[in-house]
Design a protein around this ligand. Structure first.
Ligand code: NAP
Length: 560
C-alpha cells in the first residue's frame, strides 16, 4: 500500500501511515526500510538539506573519528562497492556527499519534506494516531510516528553574563557561518570537547590570535588519520563482510574490541608495549581496544592515565600549559575521548593561549570580548564549542503528548524512561530510533542505528501482518528496562563522569546531576536483548486490533 510521495490521503485516515522525524543518517535508513516494505511514509527534516549532524556541523576540522568504512551503511552490497572513501577518517564534506549519494541512489529525496520543523506531536486517541504541528503552521497526521532526532542536535550556549552584548561575530559550532574567513582575526574558542579540540587544532597558526577558554581538560588521543589508497580501498571492499562481522562482535560496534586479558596479570613491559602501539594506531583502539579493565578498575585506569599524561607533557613545550591540559578530575576514557590531529601541538604556536577557567573564571562577555578574573581578552570572533542538550534535548524541543495529554517532557523530568530505548508507555505508535536508553551512544552510530531500524522494521512487519493498529508498552516493562539501564552504569567508571554521557550539563537548569541516558551494556548485548524480546512475541509490548480501539473503525486499520 504505497501512496504517491507527499500526496495526503484525506479520505478518513491519516495523511500518512508513517512519519519519520529527521532525515539524518538514521532517518534516511528508516525511510529506505519502510519504502522497501511498500509503506506510505515521509520524513520531515528541519533543515533545507539532509544529513542531520553532517549537514549542520561544518566547522573547520570536522571529521569522523570512526573509520570511514565502518561508518557507511551496510545494507547494500552495491552501495558498499561503488563508494570510495578518500581517508581513513573522512572529513564532513565527504560524509555529507555520501549521505546525499545514498538518498539519490535509493530515491529517498521525493519522500523527504525539508524545512519542516516539528513543534508538537500529539497522540489522538480517537483517530488512533499522531497529529504533528510544524513551525510554518502545517498540520500532518500519521498512524505511526518514528523519531530519528539525533543525539546531538540541540546545541547549547553557555550561561555567561553579557553574552548578548558582544559586538563581534559569535556562534555555536553547530551554526558555523557559511564562508566565514578567519584570516587575521582574533578568535576565542570556549569549550574543549571533541568539537573544540578539532577546531583548535585546525585554527592554530591560521588565525592572528587564538584564545582557548578551557573549563576542564579532556583526555585526548591521536586520530592518526591518513589517505586511503586505491589498493587499500579495493582491499576494504573485498573485506566488508569481515569488517562488519568484526563490528558486530565488539562492544562499541567498531573494529576495535577490548583486550580481555586481566590487566594485573600482564607485565608492565607488555602493558607499555600495547599502549605505545595503540597510541600510534588509527582511531579508537586506544580507548576501545585497550585492556577492558581500564574502564572498570581504578588502579588500571590511573596507570594508563599517567601514560597518556606523559605523552601530553612530551608534546606540549610549555610545562605549565601541559599540566593545565592534563585532566585531574577523571581518568582516561571515563568521558568520551576526543581524537585529535595536532591538538597538543597547537599550544606550541606563539599565537595560541590557553586560558584556564578553573584558575581564572569568566566574569562576563562584553562588547569587545571575554573578561576573566585575570583580565580582558579582546576578540573579533567567539566560537561556542559548548556542546549539546544531549539525547533528550531534541525530544524536549518538540511538545510530545501521549494519551490523556501527558507530556513526554514532564514524564522525563527526572530522566528518560523507556522500554528498550524504543518505546514509552502511554505514547502509543511512537517508536524511537537510536533514542535514549538505546546503544546508539558510545558505539559506532550507523551500526547502532541499523540495529534499531531493523528491529523497528520487523516490529512493523509483525504489526502489519496481524492487522494491529496500536502498539504501546507495558509500564512494568518500561520500569524494568529503565532500572536495567541504571544498573548497567554501576559496573563502569563511566558512572562517575560529569559529561553528556551521564546527562550532565551545567548550562541547562536541572541537568547539573547524573541522568541515565544511554545503554552501556555494549552493542552485541543490546542487539541480543532486542532480538529476545522479538522472539518472545514482543514481550512487554501491547498490541491492539482495530476493534479494540474505541472510535477507530476497521476501515481505518492498517493493511498488510
Ligand atoms: P562536549 O563534549 O559536551 O564539550 C563541551 C565543552 O564545552 C566542554 O569542554 C565543556 O567543559 C565546555 N563548556 C561547557 N560549558 C562551558 C562554560 N560555561 N564555559 C566554558 N566551557 C564550557 O561537546 P562537543 O565538543 O560538541 O562534543 C559533543 C559530542 O559530539 C562528542 O562527545 C562526540 O560524541 C561528538 N563529536 C564527534 C566528533 C567526531 O566524530 N569526530 C567530533 C565532534 C563532536 P567541561 O567538559 O569542563 O564541562
Amino acid at each position: 500500500m504505497s501512496k504517491a510521495a507527499g500526496a495526503p490521503d484525506r479520505s478518513g485516515g491519516p495523511d500518512h501511515e508513517f512519519i519519520i522525524i529527521g532525515a539524518g543518517i538514521c532517518g534516511l535508513y528508516a525511510l529506505h526500510r519502510l519504502l522497501e516494505m511498500g509503506r506510505d511514509v515521509i520524513a520531515l527534516e528541519a533543515h533545507p538539506g539532509l544529513g542531520g549532524t553532517w549537514y549542520k556541523n561544518r566547522y573547520p576540522g570536522c571529521r569522523f573519528d570512526s573509520e570511514s568504512y565502518t561508518y557507511g551503511y551496510s545494507f547494500s552490497p552495491e552501495l558498499l562497492q561503488e563508494w570510495d572513501w578518500s581517508e581513513h577518517f573522512a572529513a564532513q564534506p565527504e560524509t555529507l556527499r555520501y549521505l546525499n549519494h545514498v538518498a539519490d541512489r535509493f530515491d529517498l529525496r521525493p519522500h523527504i519534506r525539508f524545512d519542516s520543523v516539528v513543534r508538537s506531536a500529539v497522540f489522538d486517541d480517537g483517530a488512533g494516531g499522531w497529529t504533528l504541528e510544524l513551525a510554518d503552521g502545517r498540520r500532518l497526521t500519521c498512524r505511526f510516528l518514528m523519531t530519528a532526532l539525533g543525539l546531538l542536535s540541540a546545541p547549547v550556549k553557555p550561561r555567561i553574563p553579557g553574552i548578548e552584548r558582544f559586538q563581534g561575530t559569535s556562534f555555536h559550532t553547530y551554526d558555523w557561518p557559511e564562508g566565514l574567513d578567519l584570516t587575521g582575526k582574533r578568535v576565542g574558542v570556549i569549550g574543549t570537547g571533541s568539537t573544540g579540540v578539532q577546531i583548535i587544532a585546525e585554527l592554530a597558526g591560521q588565525v592572528a590570535e587564538l584564545d582557548v577558554f578551557q573549563l576542564k581538560p579532556n583526555w585526548c588521543a591521536p586520530l592518526n588519520n591518513s589517505p586511503i589508497t586505491r589498493e587499500e580501498m579495493a582491499h576494504i571492499k573485498a573485506g566488508y563482510d569481515e569488517i562488519f562481522a568484526r563490528c558486530a562482535e565488539t562492544p562499541g560496534g567498531f573494529i576495535h574490541g577490548p583486550d580481555r586479558r586481566p590487566f594485573h596479570e600482564v607485565s608492565r613491559e607488555e602493558r607499555l608495549a600495547l599502549w605505545e602501539k595503540l597510541y600510534a594506531s588509527p582511531g579508537f583502539g586506544i580507548w576501545l581496544g585497550n585492556f577492558r579493565d581500564i574502564l572498570l578498575d581504578e588502579d588500571a585506569n590511573r596507570e594508563f592515565s599517567d601514560f597518556i599524561a606523559d605523552k601530553i607533557r612530551k608534546r606540549v613545550h610549555d610545562p605549565v600549559t601541559a599540566e593545565k591540559l592534563i585532566p585531574k578530575d577523571h581518568g582516561f576514557g571515563v568521558h568520551r575521548v576526543p581524537l585529535e590531529s595536532g591538538y597538543y601541538e597547537a599550544y606550541n604556536h606563539d599565537s595560541v593561549r590557553l586560558v584556564d577557567l578553573e584558575e581564572t573564571p569568566i566574569v562576563e562577555i562584553n562588547e569587545t570580548g571575554v573578561a576573566t578574573s585575570a583580565g580582558q581578552f579582546d576578540l573579533d570572533v567567539i566560537v561556542y564549542a559548548t556542546g549539546f542538550d544531549a539525547i533528550t534535548g531534541s525530544y524536549d524541543r518538540i511538545d510530545f503528548r501521549g494519551r490523556d495529554g501527558v507530556r513526554l517532557r514532564d514524564k522525563w523530568a527526572d530522566g528518560p524512561t523507556t522500554y528498550l530505548g524504543a518505546l514509552v508507555s502511554g505514547f502509543p505508535n511512537l517508536v524511537m530510533l537510536g533514542g535514549p536508553h538505546s546503544a546508539s551512544v558510545a558505539t559506532n552510530f550507523p551500526r547502532a542505528i541499523e540495529t534499531s531500524v531493523d528491529w523497528a522494521a520487523h516490529l512493523f512487519a509483525h504489526v502489519m501482518a496481524l492487522g494491529y493498529v496500536r502498539i504501546d508498552c507495558d509500564p512494568d516493562a518500561e520500569t524494568e528496562w529503565t532500572r536495567h539501564i541504571q544498573d548497567l552504569y554501576q559496573r563502569q567508571l563511566l558512572r562517575k563522569a560529569k559529561s553528556w554521557f551521564t546527562g550532565y550539563n551545567p548550562n541547562i537548569p536541572g541537568q547539573d546531576r547524573t541522568r541515565y541516558l544511554i545503554y552501556t551494556g555494549g552493542a552485541p548485548r543490546y542487539r541480543r536483548e532486542l532480538d529476545e524480546v522479538a522472539a518472545d512475541g514482543y514481550r512487554g509490548l501491547v498490541f491492539s486490533s482495530p476493534d479494540e480501539v474505541p472510535h477507530l473503525t476497521s476501515s481505518e486499520g492498517v493493511t498488510s
